[in-house]
Design a protein. Sequence first.
Length: 257
Amino acid sequence: MISLSARTAVFDIDGTLCFDGRTIDDRILAALVACERVGHRLVFASARPVRDLLPVLDGAFSSATLIGGNGSLVSIDGQVRARAAFDPDTLGALMEAVERYQATYLADGPWDYAYTGPSDHPIRSRVDQGNLACRVALAELPEVVKFLVVGASDMAALAEAGRGLGVTANHHLDESIIDFAPGSTTKWEALTSLGIGEYVAFGNDVNDLELLRNAERAVRVGAYPGLDDVAHVTVPADPEAVAAEIALLARADPAIA
């Protein structure tokens, strides 16, 4: 048994709870239900916009807090709000870099999206799975909260150009994508803005770094080396192993809470 003071559990989605881009294994869902039943507050924090979190959760955990767009979107009690967006000047400069490096992209507004990449790109299957939004031109988005580059003539140079503009840039080498977020927006920064300071976190990738670094118990799913220094526990990227680790929370000793 483990002892925890935190009564909030924060979970990344893709590569942490979801391994096919569409669903969460029943064993993981059962472990999450057990955690909620004993009083843990559940938070799902993803690079996906809230729109694309909903089909994966499939109606479960309606009381959970959702953090989308790596912290730029928050949904509480079903109310989605943008808490960070690219300012017009920064977005304009980013688009100049996009043009310079012949980049294609997925740009998310608070709900709708713009997409210029190939129809068969793997990311396309994760976008608006529930047919809840509209694909529009970039100029039609009221604001841009997340900007994902899916192809460019020089991805590394484009990532550096974005960082030079003061935006957060996560270059996912394994997927050949760059995830841009406004300013210093992160999942952890969004979590703290909600007044959550003590929590357990599960994550698998570079965009979970600060989330895990500041957790009471940090669980790395898989073997991403960038989380070596912050993970307290590492479990295989396997539904059974993840479910077993989540189930520990339901049995955790709350005596020091």
